[in-house]
Design a protein around this ligand. Sequence first.
Ligand code: ZN
Ligand code: ZN
Length: 79
Amino acid sequence: MVYCKYCGMAYQDVRILTANQCPNHPAGRGCRHELYEGSEKKQYTCKYCGLTYRELLTLTRNRCLRHPDGKSRCHEPAL
Ligand SMILES: [Zn+2]
Ligand SMILES: [Zn+2]
């Protein structure tokens, strides 16, 4: 499976992922999912604040207090 780095949704392959709209894309509605280029892990770490989550789905939907673009942005997974 491949994952979107902004919402954590899983797809069978990259072409399907990038063809679909992302509900949590920082640039707004209508943008497509973007590929999380890291490997599958037992837990995922936010690259800005270091918090860890078991699921990308959870990590990407929670606000990151250390995000450089502001406190309304969500965690982003480290690779
Ligand atoms: Zn997405
Ligand atoms: Zn974070």
